[in-house]
Design a protein. Sequence first.
Length: 558
Amino acid sequence: MDPRKISDALAVAPQIYPDDVADLAAQGYRAIICNRPDGEGADQPGFDEIAAAARDAGLEARYVPVVSGKVSDDDAVAFDAALRDLPGPVLAYCRSGTRSATLWSLSAAASRPVPEILAATQAAGYDMTGVARRIANGGKTPTDTGDARFDVVIVGGGAAGIAAASSLRARKPELDIAILDPADVHYYQPGWTMVGGGVFDAQTTAKTMGSLIPKGVHWIKSAVAAFEPDNNAVILDGCRVVKYDRLIVCPGLKLDWHAVDGLVETLGRNGVTSNYRYDLAPYTWELVKGLKKGRALFTQPPMPIKCAGAPQKAMYLSCDHWLRQGALADMDVHFMNAGGVLFGVRDYVPALEKYIEKYGVQLDFFHNLVAVDGPAQTATFEVKKPDAEPESVTVEFDMMHVTPPQCAPDFIRVSPLADAAAGWVDVDQSTLRHARYDNIWSLGDVANAPNAKTAAAARMQAPVVAQNLADDIDGKSPTAIYNGYGSCPLTVERGKIVLAEFGYGGALLPSFPRWVIDGTKPTRAAWWLKEQLLPPVYWKAMLRGREWLAKPEKVSAR
């Protein structure tokens, strides 16, 4: 007997036997649903035997038989009715548990999002992607056959998606391309650090999505529910299906605010802020301007995160303001980092350490934020130092800048495109082609290539994906390679930046000669680049397929 919990109300299992029923009662189950027709297998006990054992153990039992491979819409309705009628928790079983898991998935479709259903069944060991269309259709068998089809479908209209579409159009203008994204607004997220530092206005970092979609590219304003890569199909919310010849996946990552207990309830008030949200970055600047003394915490969760330097950028700009205002001596500033190093590429650490010393920042390594009490202004950290017992530490604060835990989007993690380790899209790190599906590519924050997750990385990746996809259309092997380039302009003070540029393995990949910008030292030239040049490069070059300093490295076609 192997009960596998799917929800608080239900577990499913392979075939059970009368001797198992007493154990189920002891485990707290109050009812049993049989989804296996009598006589399906020679060694299978009949439902009457299971029902008798259930009565003896004080459990209720219900017979909802379903023929293997033929779960109908009516079967799902009957299962849902039984589940609602019986006392819980309930154990449902069939030969392997798959039919029971399928019935639950279809019955839950009207009340739960597709990724949640797929994740719950996946955690129990059952793959429901084969019925994803039915789940997306509210548990009913779809009848619509008028699905759209495109040469290339791009999932995600962020920096990576629009840049890839533009670079691809520049190479293959005849292609019929569609971008799938439900958002109305596109954000220049690298600008939010500057908003939180009082340098940019938030409004300058936002434009309407419609104004940025490349000319000739279709925009389907809908969220993706699931993937069917074996059928070259993407399932949208509402069960609409979009077919493709080739697919590019770049929806970004998920900011998991709910992973920190109490955080969502206090964001934007009680001194708790984050530059990782458009609406909160201005609040960061309000807090910094208003704080004259007290304790300020700046947190960083476990990697990977979007722009690994962003938690420090907020801290440095805040400290620089307090220093200029004569308030820094009355501030107690802590960098609460779940990791054990200040920055992952050691060549840039000496310059950063000088600013840590200059601002009097206390480095609290191996401190991971797990809970916040906003009204009390306290933060609780799980501390896991090497060779020491884990402990919990609660710290009072007057201001706290939070970097939320981050992970792959739910609909990616439960899809066939995900890797087995952490749910990111599984790609070859050089070509950005999917490891198992030859007509799929991925870039940006969602790909599992071991590069820094930055907009600069997406700027370099987009031409690589566009070139390699174009090569594939032409019947060639990939001719472009991605070297892991990423850039993190570390705003160490207002007017100076340490311009970190690096690739796979921490190799330094500077864009400019050292006499122009020495990235290992704070320079005004790097600040000018960040403040004046990079925003127009983003809006007018990267998103329009103009590959300034982003031409892909080439390898010989085979």
